[in-house]
Design a protein around this ligand. Structure first.
Ligand SMILES: [Zn+2]
Length: 267
């Protein structure tokens, strides 16, 4: 499976320079997978409608995240630049449905959208003010073709679970990593040269995975706000740490990963 690393969003969160310098500049790393003529996206970042109207992200979200809205950063435009028709993207696997991961779903209205059932429920029937703020109904108004999964369907995969995806190759599956949101998942990819696990927002910087060192101070504070279930999210981190020798782990908002994968620093 050929893996293209895309950055489908760029944010300069307003309070980060003071409180979380590690997250001063933040990418939204997504994957475009090519497999025997099939195109699969992992997360979408922001979409073309968000670029046209940033208030789709909500006043609070747009203000706090401070995204730089460039049409060229959308997954749709990047798919085109790679020489594909966006209509060829038949499947999108979402780590979760926060606005910075699902904003581009409407750019691929005919794609099946694979997500943990709990995550779809949280996004479509938010149960708390925090959930009502983070998920944007406009991102789902086109009626995505949902394919949902129960964590109970999972089989063991190292210390975690793997959930096969209907109609997709065996080497591509969901790995529940709940904690950041109700139904947050990683997405595992067999690249042919080893396993890659897109961990979404299960961690933000690699330091969080290093035994003993823990998160930089600002990041530790930030995740206490960002994760709906911090103890569960920290438990997942311990499990992820145990994979480090066998699986390449990437996080959506890690600017150092961006530099490594795209070969240039983030603006
Ligand atoms: Zn995010």
């Amino acid at each position: 499976m050929k893996v293209h690393f895309l950055n489908c969003g760029l944010m300069h969160p307003r309070l980060a320079p003071v409180f979380v310098p590690h997250l001063e500049r933040v990418p939204c790393l997504c994957l475009l997978l090519e497999d025997e003529g099939r195109l699969v996206l992992v997360d979408t970042g922001f979409g073309t409608l968000d670029v046209a109207d940033p208030l789709r992200l909500g006043r609070f979200g747009a203000c706090l995240l401070n995204p730089r809205m460039e049409p060229g950063l959308t997954a749709r435009e990047q798919v085109k630049r790679l020489g594909f028709d966006p209509g060829e993207v038949g499947d999108i696997i979402c780590t979760h449905l926060d606005r910075d991961h699902a904003g581009g779903l409407s750019d691929f209205p005919h794609a099946r959208v694979h997500v943990l059932k709990e995550e779809r429920e949280a996004a479509l029937s938010p149960g708390t003010p925090r959930e009502r703020e983070r998920y944007r109904p406009c991102h789902f108004a086109h009626g995505p073709l949902w394919e949902t999964y129960d964590e109970g369907e999972g089989e063991e995969w190292w210390d975690l679970k793997r959930i096969p995806l209907r109609g997709l190759p065996e080497g591509l599956f969901l790995v529940p990593l709940r904690g950041h949101t109700r139904g947050h998942c990683g997405v595992a990819v067999d690249t042919g040269e080893g396993w890659l696990l897109h961990c979404g927002d299960a961690f933000y910087v690699k330091e969080e995975l290093r035994e003993g060192s823990g998160a930089p101070l600002g990041v530790a504070g930030f995740r206490a706000v960002a994760h709906v279930n911090l103890p569960l999210a920290l438990y997942q981190l311990v499990k992820l740490r145990s994979l480090l020798d066998d699986v390449v782990l990437i996080a959506a908002h890690d600017q150092f990963e961006y530099r490594y994968r795209l070969g240039r620093p983030l603006d």
